[in-house]
Design a protein around this ligand. Structure first.
Ligand SMILES: [Fe+2]
Length: 296
């Protein structure tokens, strides 16, 4: 019981029309201007116009009104506001507003088993690609340890791992749902959208860069910390959008069965990827120096 999933993310972006076009082509369904839905999660991305890119709100689902009361108590020192059916507080390091409300849990997908043989016709996708849900988001901020307290002690998330100096935190059995990364200012590093299998990652990624080679950031690859396959694309507002498929959304809910090793940097960001790791394709210019420092 408690917080169990991301409901949605609200962002401000400077070039709204270009960013909307990007996410339409990414496969999200635009249900109203600037509002984008996944297959399972409903409306999960809200884009608003702004002079500069900004993370406005992270909306998180909980199981019951009792959960809202318990979390409101734990977040009391941050100043909680209440509205009908929801509570909200601002994480002070990043300035990001986190809202919580009661929401249905999403169904677990049955584990994918790669077919040992495929008919040629089945390899050619003819339909559109609609991601299943928003799986995680990574936010850069100036003090990840301080910001972590809000999510762990306040929201009740669990720590899964540290990778490149950032805590990877989860609600339930997903390896990570919220990631904090060291950065010189608050920024959205990436959002990650779950698809059905590795073919959909390849299909989606290659289709996105077909007439837009500048969108290609990193992929295809496989992460070390969570074992998911990935392909990252650059959106027009300076964040990355990740297609991912994971066979490892299955950590034990009890934190005693998982033992993260803070700060060791032992887990590779990727076990393999194109382009190679040393090219650092996922580090925005503004984050490059702090991330390199964190790894030393
Ligand atoms: Fe990711």
């Amino acid at each position: 019981m408690g917080a169990h999933r991301l409901i949605s993310l609200t962002r401000r972006v400077p070039d709204l029309d270009l960013t909307r076009e990007f996410y339409r082509q990414f496969g999200l369904q635009e249900t109203a201007p600037g509002t984008f839905a996944t297959e399972l999660g409903g409306d999960q991305l809200h884009l608003l116009p702004g002079d500069v890119p900004e993370v406005v709100e992270v909306h998180i689902g909980v199981d019951s009104p009792d959960d809202l009361d318990a979390i409101a108590e734990r977040l009391a020192r941050y100043g909680v506001t209440r509205a009908a059916g929801s509570i909200a507080a601002v994480e002070p390091v990043s300035g990001v507003r986190v809202r919580l409300s009661v929401a249905e849990r999403l169904p677990k997908q049955t584990p994918y088993t790669a077919p040992t043989s495929v008919k040629r016709d089945e390899l050619v996708r003819r339909g559109d690609l609609l991601p299943l849900r928003l799986g995680h988001l990574a936010i850069g901020c100036t003090d990840v340890e301080e910001a972590k307290v809000f999510f762990i002690d306040g929201i009740g998330m669990r720590l899964s791992d540290y990778v490149i100096g950032g805590p990877f935190m989860r609600f339930e059995t997903d390896h990570h749902n919220v990631v904090l990364l060291p950065a010189p200012m608050t920024l959205l590093h990436h959002t990650a959208w779950k698809v059905r299998d590795i073919d959909e990652i390849g299909y989606g990624g290659s289709r996105m860069i077909e007439n837009h080679p500048e969108r290609h950031a990193w992929g295809l690859g496989r992460h070390g910390a969570s074992a998911n396959y990935f392909w990252y694309l650059k959106d027009p507002a300076g964040a990355f959008a990740e297609y991912y498929y994971s066979e490892m959304d299955d950590l034990a809910p009890d934190p005693l069965f998982w033992d993260p090793v803070p700060g060791t940097g032992e887990l590779p960001v990727a076990v393999w990827a194109s382009p190679a790791l040393h090219e650092r394709p996922l580090v925005p210019e503004a984050m490059r120096a702090p991330l390199l420092d964190a790894e030393r």
